[in-house]
Design a protein around this ligand. Structure first.
Ligand code: TMP
Length: 237
């Protein structure tokens, strides 16, 4: 697999063409941003961890019936994935109140919900990724009704699989964001990444935060938190 020209550079990853138009290479950076790029920094070793972890999670989800973009890990930081058109919706599940939910509705963090809550935000940096509902997503032509149903069904299943998996590692999956893409025939598959950048992980016993909130909130021990998650994943294989 030959890595070709760079097609795109995002905040945490770069995407390269390959000699096969149906495949691209994703390269994970150590760059970190928060608050829509207002805060920037480096989390040393993050790219390696997020690449490895995402690939492990994508394979686990495939085994559980969720189609994903994963094809092949190329190197520590690089992975071959299927070339998709990203659906511009961030799909978020919350099992426990935290982050923007706690802030928006004026509640404390750590309230366990009776059922997982599903939400969309519109993937648009200029607008600050605003929250939107199904009707808004449909009205804006971001997805069809059938796709919206599919995204919800898949994301709830992702939550079931990941929540159970992380519980066995002594980790509470508080919330997470995933993204999907469309193949040329319109099939929806899971894309992007699943990492401490995109999930909230709290230690089951101590409640310690083991995710990017350590960077967002200047809590210190950022690299150590990413390494702790990776060590638990590796020790479970
Ligand atoms: P929030 O509470 O800030 O809305 O975040 C919900 C989840 O989404 C949390 O697990 C972190 C993740 N997330 C991203 O992956 N990218 C983002 O840009 C933001 C704001 C959150």
């Amino acid at each position: 697999m030959n890595k070709g020209e760079q097609l795109y550079e995002g905040k945490a990853k770069k995407v390269y063409a390959t000699d096969d138009p149906s495949l691209v290479v994703v390269s994970y950076k150590d760059d970190a941003t928060a608050f829509n790029g207002e805060k920037t920094g480096t989390i040393v070793g993050k790219g390696v961890i997020n690449n490895r972890m995402t690939n492990m999670m994508m394979q686990l989800l495939e085994e559980n019936g969720i189609p994903t973009h994963f094809v092949e890990e190329l190197s520590e930081r690089e992975t071959v994935v299927k070339h998709v058109e990203i659906v511009p919706l961030e799909t978020i599940i919350r099992n426990v109140s935290a982050g923007s939910f706690a802030k928006r509705y004026g509640v404390e963090e750590g309230i366990e919900f009776a059922e997982p809550t599903f939400e969309f935000s519109y993937k648009d940096d200029d607008l600050g990724d605003p929250l939107l509902n199904d009707d808004h997503a449909f009205a804006l032509g971001l997805a069809t009704r059938a796709e919206i149903d599919q995204l919800r069904t898949y994301t709830l299943k992702v939550n079931e699989v990941l929540s159970e998996y992380f519980r066995t590692l002594g980790i509470r999956l508080v919330d997470f964001k995933v993204e999907y893409g469309r193949l040329p025939d319109g099939t929806i598959i899971l894309a992007d990444e699943i990492s401490p950048d995109t999930c909230r992980f709290w230690d089951l016993e101590t409640g310690e935060k083991l995710d990017k909130d350590r960077f967002r909130r200047d809590l210190g021990g950022v690299e150590e938190a990413y390494e702790e998650i990776m060590n638990r994943l590796e020790s479970n294989r």
